[in-house]
Design a protein around this ligand. Structure first.
Ligand code: NAD
Length: 262
C-alpha cells in the first residue's frame, strides 16, 4: 500500500530513543522529511544518522518540551528549515511511578506538564501550518494505562486520559480542514524507559527487571511486550494519506490486554 507521505514534513517529539526514534525512522522510510526533537543532542544525532543511513532526510532540534519556549523552538525550527509541518507525532513523555497510597502531587505536575501540556502546545502551534497546507496529521502516543490504570501509575494514566480528550478536541476543530488527529494506546513496549521505570520495583521484589517485564507481559493475551517498531508502523499508518477518514479515534495496541466489549 502506498502511504502517500513521500515529501511530507514530519515532526516527532521524543525522537532520540524508544518509540519516538522508531517512528522517526519508519516515517523517513516512507519518504517523509523528519524533524527529530528531544533534549539530548548526541542521541538525536545518532537517530538522525540512522535515518540518513537508510537514505532518509532530517534535522534535529534540542528542546525541552516541558516548556512553552521549547515547544515554540521546535515548531519554528522545523518550519524555518523545511517550510512546512504536515505530520506531528506527539510522543515525549516521562512520568515516574509511585503507589497511589502516598503518591506526591508533584508527580502529577511533572506528567501533565510534559505530556499533556506539551502535546497541547505542540498541537496548537502545528495546526495553523497544517491548515495552511490543507493537509495534516496529528498522532498522539497516549498509552493503554489511560483506560486501565494500575495503583502505581496514576500520574501517567491521568496524563494519557487527558491526551485522549485532547485528541478528540483537535479532531473536532480540524476535521474539515484536511487534518486528522488520532491517538495510539500502546501497552507495555520494549524501550529503555520501560526498564528504567521498573528497576526499583524489580529490586524491591528481589528480581531483575528483565524477569519482571517478562512476568508483566506474560499476563496479556499476546504474552509479550510490543516492539517500538510495531508502534511506529501503526503511527505511520495514522500519519498517512491512507488513513484520510480516520478522525478522533484511539488505536489500542496492547496485545489484547484491554477488556472492552463491545
Ligand atoms: P523513552 O524514555 O524511551 O523516550 C522518551 C523520549 O522523550 C526520549 O527521546 C526523551 O529524550 C524524550 N523526552 C523526555 N523528556 C523530554 C522533554 N522534557 N523534552 C523533550 N524530550 C523529552 O520512552 P518510550 O518508552 O519510548 O515512551 C514514549 C511514549 O510512549 C511516552 O509518551 C510513553 O508514555 C508512551 N508509552 C510507552 C510505553 C512503554 O511501555 N514504553 C507504553 C505506553 C505508552
Amino acid at each position: 500500500m502506498d502511504l502517500g507521505i513521500a515529501g511530507r514534513v514530519a515532526l516527532v517529539t521524543g525522537a532520540s530513543r524508544g518509540i519516538g526514534r522508531a517512528c522517526a525512522l519508519e516515517l523517513a522510510r516512507e519518504g517523509a522529511r523528519i524533524c527529530l526533537v528531544a533534549r539530548d543532542a548526541e542521541r538525536l544525532a545518532d537517530a538522525l544518522a540512522a535515518i540518513e543511513a537508510a537514505g532518509g532526510e532530517g534535522l534535529t532540534i534540542s528542546a525541552d518540551l516541558a516548556t512553552p519556549e521549547g515547544c515554540r523552538e521546535a515548531v519554528e525550527g522545523c518550519v524555518g528549515e523545511f517550510g512546512a509541518l504536515h505530520i506531528l507525532v506527539n510522543n515525549a513523555g516521562a512520568a515516574r511511578e509511585h503507589h497511589v497510597a502516598d503518591v506526591p502531587a508533584e508527580l502529577f505536575d511533572d506528567a501533565l506538564t510534559l505530556k499533556l501540556y506539551g502535546y497541547l502546545r505542540m498541537s496548537q502551534l502545528a495546526l495553523p501550518h497544517m491548515r495552511g497546507a490543507g493537509w495534516g496529521r496529528i498522532v498522539n502516543i497516549a498509552g493503554a494505562a489511560g483506560a486501565s490504570p494500575l495503583p502505581d501509575n496514576l500520574p501517567m494514566s491521568i496524563a494519557n486520559v487527558g491526551v485522549l480528550n485532547l485528541t478528540r478536541a483537535f479532531s473536532d476543530i480540524a476535521a474539515r480542514d484536511g487534518v486528522t488527529a488520532n491517538a495510539i494506546c500502546p501497552g507495555l513496549t520494549d524501550t529503555d524507559r520501560a526498564r528504567e521505570l521498573r528497576e526499583e520495583r524489580a529490586a524491591a521484589a528481589g528480581t531483575d527487571v528483565e524477569e519482571l517485564l517478562t512476568r508483566m507481559a506474560s499476563r496479556t493475551p499476546a504474552g509479550r511486550m510490543a516492539s517500538p517498531e510495531e508502534v511506529a508502523r501503526v503511527t505511520c499508518f495514522l500519519a498517512s494519506e491512507a488513513a484520510s477518514f480516520v478522525h478522533g479515534t484511539a488505536v489500542y495496541m496492547d496485545g489484547g490486554a484491554r477488556r472492552a466489549t463491545p
